[in-house]
Design a protein around this ligand. Structure first.
Ligand SMILES: CC(C)(COP(=O)(O)OP(=O)(O)OC[C@H]1O[C@@H](n2cnc3c(N)ncnc32)[C@H](O)[C@@H]1OP(=O)(O)O)[C@@H](O)C(=O)NCCC(=O)NCCS
Length: 390
């Protein structure tokens, strides 16, 4: 049965990037202000907050951040909980918010995500991010996230003939789409030659195959049907939500060219929505590395296994293609402040669905699927959204 009662009535994000001198709480507060007072929603209407944030203990020595963040953002006193699922922290916070509305417990809630990363060095961030892998069998022997996705890339190259040039095309598309997105970390288009420059991070992945280390925050306000018309004539409904998990350890997987949690979570979300992948007008997927977009486009059912790279080459996933993917630039070019990403992806889908994406507007925009995963896909959350009626 499709979810029936959860509406997104406002959505906002800060600029993503190296936000020097801006603290975690300031970014969070900015996103919350944009999603509440600037959208005509009084803060006193927010009954609870669900917040995605991955590694503030390691990056800024701050735990127990939910009450700290809500207090700083002028939401003191409400129930505030942090959700952690590596890079899927934002989407797990969203699921908690959806369940809170669907259960009837609350009418109006805040879902937000935030991460401050650039005050740490790249080696410090790399080590902190490695906590999302299996420490006993992977991180402690030196496997990093670029390394993990390089393994997946090699497996995909061997099984399906995917090439380094195919992966570079993901980066070229991402940077092109982000060039008209003023909130993106990188706003300059790149050429295929630039993307293929041998600045190797973990072969076959080069610098442009990687999402950057970024700061940023994003926020959404969810309401029940009854409350929705108080705030907007143009809500977006969340009609399907799926979550699945997989082994943390790559050694326990039988196929590294697909992430089973993405397949399982998308099946569950489409089933709940009563729709299929064919009904989706566009997708927002977790392109933490270029190969991850190609694999995700197959795992969510947009293309057959092994056909994602061809679809990309043929322009099918371009902004003006038949099945646009990441029309505003994805993690690759917009940035990846890990705890904020899952919420920001939904902010992007919301803006596309209500027709507020400016030069990045996709032509067909009734229904969308959002794919957010954590670690090497050990957690995946899929959200199906539809432009709604009040
Ligand atoms: C790829 C990576 C190692 C590069 O870090 P770095 O070598 O320390 O790079 P720096 O921050 O010193 O930046 C050097 C230059 O490259 C650019 N740059 C950095 N990362 C970039 C990226 N991913 N894509 C494009 N350009 C990038 C910077 O803007 C800077 O450009 P400038 O000299 O014009 O200012 C780092 O971005 C990284 O670890 N990314 C992956 C993050 C990750 O694993 N996330 C979780 C996914 S599951």
């Amino acid at each position: 049965m499709p979810l029936k009662n959860t509406n997104i009535v406002s959505a906002a994000q800060t600029k993503f990037g190296k936000l020097e001198g801006v603290t975690q709480r300031e970014m969070f507060s900015e996103a919350v202000d944009k999603a509440t007072i600037e959208a005509g929603i009084p803060k006193k209407d927010i009954q609870a907050a669900f917040i995605g944030s991955f590694i503030p203990e390691m990056l800024i020595h701050q735990g127990h951040s939910a009450p700290l963040l809500t207090d700083f953002a002028g939401l003191k006193g409400i129930p505030a909980t942090r959700h952690e699922a590596a890079c899927a922290s934002g989407a797990t916070a969203l699921r908690a918010g959806v369940m809170a509305i669907e259960s009837g417990m609350y009418d109006t809630v805040l879902v937000a995500g935030v991460e401050k990363m650039t005050s740490s060095t790249t080696p410090e961030v790399t080590e902190a991010l490695a906590a999302a892998a299996d420490d006993q069998f992977e991180s402690s022997i030196g496997l990093t996230f670029p390394g993990v996705f390089a393994i997946a890339a090699v497996a995909h190259m061997n099984k399906y003939g995917t090439t380094e040039e195919d992966m570079a095309r993901v980066a070229v598309k991402a940077h092109k789409n982000a060039s008209t997105n003023p909130l993106a970390h990188f706003q300059k288009p790149i050429t295929l030659e630039q993307a293929l420059k041998p600045l190797v991070i973990a072969w076959p992945l080069k610098i442009f195959d990687c999402s950057p280390i970024s700061d940023g925050a994003a926020a959404l306000v969810l309401t029940s049907n009854e409350k929705t018309k108080q705030y907007t004539d143009l809500p977006v409904k969340i009609i399907g939500s799926g979550q699945a998990s997989d082994s943390m350890n790559l050694c326990d997987r039988t196929d590294l060219t697909t992430f089973s949690a993405s397949v399982d979570a998308s099946r569950a979300a489409y089933k709940m929505a009563g729709l299929t992948a064919k009904d989706m007008d566009f997708a927002i997927v977790h392109d933490c590395f270029s190969i991850a977009e190609i694999i995700a486009s197959e795992d969510i059912g947009f293309f057959e296994p092994g056909k994602g790279a061809k679809a990309l080459r043929d322009g099918v996933t371009a902004l003006d293609g038949d099945r646009p993917i990441n029309p505003m630039g994805g993690l690759k070019a917009v940035g990846h402040p890990v705890g904020a990403t899952g919420v920001k992806q939904v902010v992007v889908a919301y803006r596309e669905l209500i027709g507020d994406a400016g030069p990045n507007q996709v032509p067909n925009h009734d229904t969308a699927v959002v794919h957010n995963f954590g670690g090497t896909g050990a957690t995946c959350v899929i959200t199906v959204m539809r432009r709604g009626d009040v």
